[in-house]
Design a protein around this ligand. Sequence first.
Ligand code: FAD
Length: 523
Amino acid sequence: MSETTIAIVGSGPIGSAYARVLLESLPDARVVMFEAGPQITERPGESVRNIADPDEKARARERSQGPQSGAFRDALGIPATAVVEGMFTARQGTHLFDFGGEGSAHASSFPAAAGATNVGGQGSHWTCAIPRPAFSEKLDFIDDDEWEDLVSTAEDLLHKQSAAFSDSPVGAAIRTLLDREFGAELPEGYGVSTLPVAGDPQPDGTMRWAGADTVLGPLIEPGTGTAARFELRDLHLVRRIAHDGTHVRGLVVEDLRTREESFVEADAVVVAADAFRSPQLLWASGIRPAPLGRYLTEHHVVISTVALDGERMSALVSDDELEAELARRATNPADPVAAVNRIPFSEPGHPYSAQIMYAENPPFPLDASHPAFENRWGYVNMGFGVRKFPRVEDGVTFSDDELDYRGLPNFTIDYSLDADEEREIAEATERLRRAGDALGTFIAEPRLLPFGSSLHFMGTMRAGTDAETSVADPYSRVWGFDNLVVGGNALIPTANTMNPTLTSVAIAVRGARHLAQELGARG
Ligand code: FAD
């Protein structure tokens, strides 16, 4: 090989952040990115929420659902009925790991665990909320100045908007009502506010939501210098990392169109294939440090839906303002979220992350006889994120005897709560009740979603300073290897209540800068 080649496994926001930073830092390098799923949008990695045509959007989501999509689902004999209460594919565009057919993972204690298999990964289906971690959620091995630089770079890569929908009068009224209820209990700077999101506001007031395409940026603009050095191969499943125990030589890759296997030589490998499938690939490749798959966390989610109270809302929003807001939203009926508010995590008083989404319609059909049917003021969907403390007992284990539907070592997830975690869930439910009472009338009672529903899986390849309790060093290199780097939410070692992608992109920026330095020094 004359030039430096970096192979990346997974095309979600994290693999894309690596590709972008590496190619912009190393003028002679090339990046080859392998993605097991298909390209589902014309622009690689774009959010499916930007697709206006409902049929096209549904098709893109279906094609992302790996073993739970169309013909593949039928071939595996998976029933086309609910697997977990109220859910078939967990969320549209994703597929359950424990899907119940041949080669399904075993996750009865974490039943809603799911992934997406498509160019852009889950980043083609995400809600785009990108809050910063705070207090004990932050990583203690990165100092504040460097963190500020990393997280701002990550916000730029994701096109952060802190002001999305902030001009919505209904959104502002919701904040006022919540502030009256909670404001006095919250520390300065951590009060009721708008939720930062990733995307670009359009002149008509709608959003173009960010996906991996946003992170890749110039790499997918034909004619740019970096685009010439970037190659994305969809429907290519990475089966094994070839290595000698300390140094990686390349990847064994199967082209899923032809079923042919080939070896791709690489100077460095980045694995960003989600919090279950990345450790699975390491395990399949004989890279099995003791903490691999351990310390699994998510944030538990307590949700409910409330019909906004007309009397309280009309005291804060005029009829004209409401009509103007409804007219604006009518321009984009395919994307019904209209304002996104939050109460962020703070310690010690509010160790929860609350998201309050205003929408014109409830997320489920209401009977015409329901008092809140066609509520003129609309509805809010509320979710309180509750933390899970990392424990070595919670995690994923891999089998040497049983293969999954892709022919990789099958996995089993074991997960349980302790008394402190149960208590925080109960307290969050109580606060959700207060928030709902402050805003209107419950049309869906608060309930805890099945474990795994957050889709924010962390800890299974945690980064840290101690090889006994972490898989990766502070620069995301797998301990003991000089050119194997891992990325994704799996690296987050703390107990988090917030949406983790921004943090994972920031960690990836650090890992990519360090890898670029090392590869540059090696010439
Ligand atoms: P992914 O995006 O999961 O991408 C991994 C890719 O690796 C997949 O495409 C997969 O097919 C591929 N892959 C796996 N194994 C292999 C292999 N062996 N060979 C080749 N390719 C492989 N996060 C937030 O921060 N805020 C939110 O508001 C938010 N909302 C969400 C809403 C939904 C409905 C969903 C589904 C997710 C949401 N998330 C949110 C989570 C967010 O999407 C993820 O944190 C993010 O996509 C993780 O990026 P990633 O690149 O690490 O992994």
